[in-house]
Design a binder for this molecule. Structure first.
Ligand SMILES: Cc1cc2nc3c(=O)[nH]c(=O)nc-3n(C[C@H](O)[C@H](O)[C@H](O)COP(=O)(O)OP(=O)(O)OC[C@H]3O[C@@H](n4cnc5c(N)ncnc54)[C@H](O)[C@@H]3O)c2cc1C
Length: 423
């Protein structure tokens, strides 16, 4: 088959590599170069992750096997331990914060422990049985902890009423709280470094741009081409360049899809206005130099600053700091923040931060509400019957990390080849 893939983030590149052995594959990318959210660039010879600071890990064995078939794990990657911290009350403390309750004042400790014990008396329900994200946090940690930490932090990131955020996206994203663990950690006072915790892989040179550069090799990619029309003419799918395809895989923003194929969607009974109004957040990223430290991520819950996280990308690989005497990091803000404002904000943060560059990414975090999965599933079903497939974080409106995007590409690969055999 001849297959067009729209978008060259990790989703588009992965599915292209999976399909290219059996089919003719052409990729379209509206940007100047492939990579989507995982693009990086060098600034003063230091590596700037333009969004976040991408590290790789996966639980799915197939994903790991596929990924490592493209890379030499031992020679091209480092394996690092996560060393997350929280900047709270003007001090850097451990993560997760519930293991450090002993650092709070007496009255707060009393309130938190009373509430945690009260919560134990309630019937246990699974996280996904909670009606919304706010209720889940309150029922898991108690109101004092919620008001002190979880509410301000999540409000900063999501910039929306947490009671309208669905629970489904959370699956596998947060370690679920466990009272026994909280008590033990607060008594034993072990640093995260002594406890069982996760690790990640990171390229020795080039960060996630290294991943893009390897995956894109040998693929046919048309850059600076924004797909704006998909037509079905005599059973073939056609884009605005008049090229005909048997199948199209769309990895862009599902909200834009009605612009290109509104008729297909509305004739098929899809609530187009719902799709168009899906909520998301952008992020502003300030690339900085920082003082030496051994942290990987620093979470900043309190609202004395608009910043919510520092990602110490310079600690992931020494080659990320080539042009600097110091370390580098990315300070992340939710939404669009002016450069001047960010420069003022970082003065409130630890590490004597000095700005080097900045980037605004309008599409970073997807927000799911209770209808989202049903409506996306309906659109997928309808489009698939017409040879159009949705794949990736913004096309499926899922809170995917890279590994989940690759896993979704696997499923789609199987589906496309199965449909091909059956037809
Ligand atoms: C702050 C942050 C930190 C993160 N950290 C991690 C991490 O550490 N590890 C991890 O595994 N994951 C992480 N993620 C998640 C990860 O970034 C995503 O899962 C992944 O990059 C999504 O890839 P994608 O291909 O689905 O989408 P995208 O990367 O958005 O790619 C979509 C591509 O489609 C192109 N496009 C869109 N519309 C069109 C069109 N009409 N025509 C042509 N081209 C089009 C876009 O230009 C873009 O290149 C993080 C995400 C964020 C926001």
């Amino acid at each position: 088959m001849k297959i067009a893939i729209i978008g060259t983030g990790i989703s588009g590149l992965s599915i292209a590599r999976m399909l290219q052995a059996e089919h003719e594959v052409v990729l379209y990318e509206k940007g100047e170069r492939p990579g989507g959210l995982i693009k990086c660039e060098r600034v003063n010879n230091c590596l700037f992750h333009k969004v976040g600071g991408h590290v790789f890990n996966a639980r799915n064995e197939h994903v790991l096997e596929w990924f490592w078939s493209h890379f030499d794990r031992d020679n091209e990657f480092v394996k690092a331990k996560r060393n997350a911290k929280v900047f709270f009350n003007n001090a850097i403390i451990g993560y997760p914060i519930e293991n450090y309750i002993y650092l709070f004042d007496k009255i707060t400790v009393k309130k938190i422990t009373t509430e945690l014990l009260e919560l134990q008396k309630k019937p246990k329900i699974s996280p996904f049985e909670h009606d919304n994200f706010e209720l889940f946090l309150q029922n898991s940690f108690g109101n004092t902890f919620y008001e002190l930490y979880f509410k301000p932090y999540n409000k900063k990131i999501w910039q929306t009423d947490l009671s309208t955020v669905a629970m489904e996206w959370l699956e596998g994203k947060l370690p679920m709280p466990n009272l026994q663990e909280i008590i033990e950690s607060n008594i034993l006072r072990e640093e995260e470094g002594n406890m069982v915790h996760s690790s990640f892989y990171y390229p020795k040179y080039g960060g996630s741009q290294f991943i893009v550069d390897r995956l894109k090799s040998g693929l046919t990619i048309q850059t600076e081409f924004e797909v704006s029309k998909i037509e079905n003419i005599d059973g073939k799918l056609r884009l605005q360049d008049d090229q005909q395809y048997d199948k199209i895989i769309y990895c862009g923003d599902v909200r834009k899809l009605p612009d290109f194929c509104k008729k297909i969607l509305s004739d098929g009974g899809i609530d187009v206005s719902y799709l168009e109004k899906l909520r998301s957040n952008g992020t502003s990223n300030l690339f900085c130099e920082t003082d030496e430290n051994d942290i990987s991520w620093l979470y900043i819950p309190e609202d004395f600053t608009k910043a919510h996280r520092i990602i110490y990308t310079g600690n992931f690989s020494d080659s990320n700091n080539l042009g600097s005497e110091r370390r580098t990091c990315v300070v992340e803000f939710s939404g669009k923040i002016d450069y001047g404002v960010m420069v003022e904000e970082i003065k409130k943060l630890p590490g004597n931060l000095k700005p080097l560059a900045f980037n605004y990414e309008p599409n970073s975090y997807v927000i799911q509400d209770k209808r989202t999965r049903t409506e996306i599933a309906k659109a997928k079903f309808l489009l698939e019957q017409r040879g159009i497939y949705l794949l990736g974080r913004f096309a499926e409106w899922e809170y995917y990390n890279m590994d989940k995007a690759i896993e979704a590409a696997f499923e789609l690969h199987t589906e496309i080849n199965t449909t091909n055999i059956l037809s």
